[in-house]
Design a protein around this ligand. Structure first.
Ligand SMILES: Nc1ncnc2c1ncn2[C@@H]1O[C@H](COP(=O)(O)OP(=O)(O)OP(=O)(O)O)[C@@H](O)[C@H]1O
Length: 929
């Protein structure tokens, strides 16, 4: 650099890079400017600095403060702008030095990145300038050398020329001088240039230093930067790893999602296939359906055609059917007529068989009894029975009897019942039926009626079988009839009637109503319980049996000393015509008929036996009277005949089992029993009548019955009076007869005094009937039988007359074909005579069957009495056409309506279902009432 000379350009000329007017460096080829004002070429940087410093500082206005504190925006603005191009080099150096100073001032020597960038830019600018200056100087040297050579050649030419002429020499000398001057100038310029080069070299050196320092700084910065970069790289690597990891995860997810997508695609594919298949099937199905529809259409069309044809045919058939239906309707209408006819025919058959039938049953020997000595010699198929007296020989030893049927000891329960069966149907047809067993104690009455036990079907007695049949038949008829069944069970013990089904178990005595009364049950106060099945009845029977009075005798260890009467009342309603029919079934287990002397009874037992024999005797008398068609039937001679009155009249069908003990010791009893039975079997009670009538008919029948009854009573009164008159005349009892004739008759007396109360507790009602209190029943029996219904006071004056009548009657009594054995109880006979007169009234009832039926019916089913208004009018009209009944024959007053006992608890009640059973019984009783 020391060799470097300061360039000195001729005045007005400037060499090398020159600043233009704007202070920028001009690196164009140097020109010689003739301007003498600038003989020396100025150091460009200084000029630049000086010239452009102000502008640079305008752009980069840092005078105080630190570069590191410069805002980035400012630096980037500076770097973006062209301020570096115009800035003086010195300023650039100042900037660079300033930055470096700041960096060295700092402890760690770090400079901010943006400042480093600025520094690098400044350094680059300086390097660019230095290199361009060096280039420029090189060019100047080359130029100078070229000029020097040029000038040397000119010198040589001039010297040549000088040698030629002086002038020329002069000129040349001038030129030479000029050249020399120029040469000097050039040399000066060269020196200046060299100086400048030196300076430049120095600057370059300093710049190199700076550059090296800068390079170091840059290295440091670079290292820092590299560290930073490394850190960044590490971070970026870590980030990359994480990113890769995430990428993997994402890839996995992607794979999974792809897999899922595949699955889904597969699923969708399969679904699609399925749907396609289904669609295919649907298409097929629709095709088939269409085909079917098509075929159906065809079929429907053909069916339509068929329907039309069928309709046509049906119409024809309907027409035919209508015609047939009409025939059927006619037939149906006739059905009831036919049924009635059938019933009538059936009844006629029964009548042909006899309305009272006697079956004889011979008990087998019991275990322990000798079978050798039997009184039964022969049993015929047609009811013949030959009895032999072992103690006699010859003709007298044998006696033949004939009954409807005789059952041998080997006859089963079923065989015995077989002939009873048709009577059960009669009950449902509206007839009263009475089945009873008669015989001495131990002869098998209970066995026949109840059977030894109900556990075995073979052992079932008549009762069980009859009830079974009754309910069975009623069920069979349910399409035509609705039946209701009620049961009463009473015991007659020592001529006292007791309710065996009383709910409170009390053994209170019950009164018996005269059967001729329109509102009188035989025993209205006895509990009547509704039943639905045989089992119900049997359970009630068991209760009744348990309540029966049982006493031991010498003949039978389990001898029943009372008569038990089970009455089954049946009401049937014809579902079509609403006509009501009513029937009743009496199932009677009579007490033993043994003789008092044989039973060795004394005291109470004797009394029991007398009562039993008396009642059985009365039964025989009643039947005998019926057989004789007597006007007088002595029903009132015993409680038994009173209770059974409705079943012994002409309306009823009666079946008697005559039980025989084949033991020789019982021969006398056997003969007695058989004679009794023979007498009964010979009875022809006349045609029984059904109680089935329509409502109107029934009402009319009631009216007719009451009229008949009145007429009969009147006739009887006349007859009695006539009788008295005749007898009086015969026995010179004219006074008595006159007295009797002048005094109003009992019946007429009663007829004019309706509703008077008897002093003994009996009640005379408006229809001439007496409700007897149990306490006064004996009295009333005696006195009501005479037909009188007066009060005691009224009756007193006539007691004498009655005694007279009794005597007369005794004399005039017809000779009954009864055995003395049967009638040997004189006490009973005397009572019987007394009751004959009143019984004659009842016997009339037997002739006018409808009356009795109506009476029972009225009593059992009083609703028949509740006639609607229209009916009443109708009846009134009818009544106007028939003889007007007596005033006292009107319907019963409410005061004498029978009050039925509270219903007995059914067997189930006894077992704990008291309330329910009594409620249902009560309900049912309401219906019955
Ligand atoms: N047909 C028969 N076959 C077998 N045993 C019989 C037959 N009839 C009756 N007996 C038996 O004879 C005995 C007496 O019968 P049962 O009690 O029926 O007589 P009864 O006439 O009812 O007596 P009572 O008048 O005392 O009540 C009983 O042991 C009974 O089992």
């Amino acid at each position: 650099m020391s060799q470097r000379s300061v360039w000195k350009l001729p005045e007005g000329n400037r060499l090398g890079p020159m600043e233009d007017d704007d202070g920028r460096w001009n690196v164009s080829e140097p020109k010689f400017h003739p301007t003498p004002k600038s003989p020396v070429m100025l150091e460009p940087s200084t000029a630049l600095l000086h010239h452009s410093g102000h502008k640079f500082h305008e752009v980069f206005p840092l005078k105080q403060g630190r570069y590191s504190e410069l805002p980035a925006a400012k630096i980037s603005e500076m770097m973006k702008s062209n301020s570096f191009d115009n800035a003086p080099t010195q300023s650039l150096f100042n900037v660079m030095n300033g930055i470096l100073d700041e960096s060295t001032e700092r402890r760690n020597g770090e400079i901010p990145h943006r400042v480093a960038c600025l520094l690098r830019k400044v350094v680059l600018e300086i390097e660019r300038r230095v290199s361009s200056q060096a280039e420029h100087i090189k060019n100047q040297n080359t130029l100078i050398k070229a000029r020097e050579e040029k000038y040397q050649s000119r010198i040589r030419a001039l010297e040549t020329l000088a040698t030629g002429t002086n002038e020329e020499t002069q000129i040349v000398m001038n030129q030479l001088r000029q050249i020399k001057t120029e040469k000097a100038m050039v040399e000066e310029r060269k020196k200046l240039g060299e100086l400048e080069v030196d300076q430049m070299m120095k600057e370059k050196e300093s710049s190199d230093r700076i550059i090296s320092q800068l390079k170091q700084d840059l290295e440091t910065t670079k290292n820092t930067y590299e560290e930073h970069c490394q850190q960044s790289e590490a971070k970026s690597k870590q980030t990359k790893v994480e990113m890769e990891k995430r990428l993997k995860e994402v890839e996995l997810l992607h794979v999974e999602s792809k897999k899922k997508m595949k699955d889904l695609e597969a699923f969708a594919e399969s679904k699609l296939q399925n749907w396609n298949q289904k669609e295919h099937k649907c298409h097929n199905f629709i095709g088939l359906q269409l085909q079917s529809v098509q075929s159906l259409r065809l079929a429907s069309e053909s069916i339509k055609k068929e329907v039309i044809i069928s309709q046509k045919r049906w119409r024809e058939e309907f027409t035919n059917f209508g015609l047939k239906l009409k025939v059927l309707t006619d037939a149906a209408e006739n059905y009831h007529t036919v049924l009635a006819e059938n019933r009538k025919l059936f009844n006629e058959v029964q009548e042909l068989k006899g309305n009272i039938r006697v079956y004889c049953r011979i008990r087998p020997f019991l275990s322990g009894q000798s079978r050798k000595l039997t009184t039964i010699d022969y049993i015929g198929e047609n009811g013949e029975l030959l009895v032999v007296n072992p103690s006699k020989h010859g003709k007298d030893a044998h006696r033949m009897f004939k009954f409807n049927k005789v059952f041998s000891p080997t006859a089963t329960q079923e065989e015995v019942f077989l002939d009873t069966q048709p009577l059960i149907r009669s009950v449902l047809d509206g007839y009263n039926v009475c089945i009873f067993a008669y015989g001495q104690t131990g002869s098998g009455k209970t066995y026949t009626m109840s059977g030894p036990s109900t556990s075995s079907k073979a052992d079932w007695g008549v009762n069980y079988r009859a009830l079974n049949d009754l309910f069975h038949l009623s069920r069979n008829r349910k399409s035509t009839y609705m039946y209701e069944v009620g049961v009463q069970m009473v015991e007659i013990y020592n001529e006292q009637v007791r309710d065996l089904l009383a709910s409170d178990g009390s053994q209170r005595k019950l009164g018996i109503w005269s059967i001729s009364q329109p509102n009188g049950l035989a025993v209205p106060d006895a509990s009547m319980l509704p039943v639905k099945s045989t089992q119900d009845v049997l359970e009630l029977m068991q209760i009744g049996q348990a309540n029966r009075a049982v006493g031991a005798t010498a003949l039978n260890e389990r001898s029943s000393r009372s008569h038990s009467v089970l009455t089954v009342h049946v009401r049937g309603v014809d579902l079509k015509t609403e006509a009501t029919l009513r029937g009743s079934l009496h199932l009677v287990d009579l007490a033993g008929s043994e003789r008092v002397d044989r039973s060795e009874a004394t005291g109470d037992r004797l009394k029991e036996a007398q009562h039993i024999n008396k009642s059985l005797s009365a039964l025989g008398d009643v039947i005998s009277a019926l057989a004789q068609k007597s006007n007088h039937v002595p029903y009132r001679n015993s409680k038994l005949t009173q209770v059974l009155q409705s079943s012994l009249g002409g309306q009823a069908k009666t079946l008697m089992f005559v039980q025989i003990n084949p033991d020789v010791e019982s021969f006398s009893e056997t003969i007695s029993t058989l004679k009794f039975a023979e007498r009964v079997s010979g009875v022809e009670l006349g045609a029984a009548r059904s109680s089935k009538e329509g409502k109107d008919v029934r009402e009319l029948m009631e009216q007719v019955a009451s009229l008949k009854e009145t007429i009969a009573r009147k006739d009887e009164e006349i007859e009695q009076l006539q009788e008295l008159k005749d007898i009086g005349a015969q026995k010179h009892g004219n006074n008595l007869l006159r007295q009797s004739s002048s005094t109003p008759g009992f019946q007429s007396l009663v007829a004019t005094q309706p509703g008077r109360r008897l002093s003994g507790g009996g009640m005379i009602n408006s229809t001439n009937k007496i409700l007897l209190d149990p306490e006064c029943s004996d009295y009333s029996d005696r006195h009501s039988d005479s037909g009188s219904h007066q009060s005691m006071d009224d009756l007193k004056p006539h007691n004498e007359n009655l005694e007279q009548i009794k005597l007369i009657r005794e004399d005039a009594r017809p000779a009954f074909p009864a055995d003395d054995e049967l009638l040997r109880f004189g006490d009973a006979d005397s009572e019987e005579r007394l009751s004959d007169i009143s019984d004659s009234v009842l016997s009339m009832g037997t002739e006018t069957d409808g009356s009795i039926s109506s009476v029972v019916e009225f009593t059992l089913f009083p609703e028949s009495n509740k006639q609607p208004q229209v009916k009443t009018e109708k009846i009134t009209k009818v009544q106007s056409r028939i003889p007007k009944p007596l005033q006292q024959k009107k319907g019963p007053t409410p005061s004498v309506r029978p009050k039925l006992n509270n219903p007995l608890k059914s067997p189930s009640i006894r077992k704990g279902a008291t309330t329910q059973a009594s409620t249902s019984a009560g309900k049912s009783l309401k219906r019955w009432q």
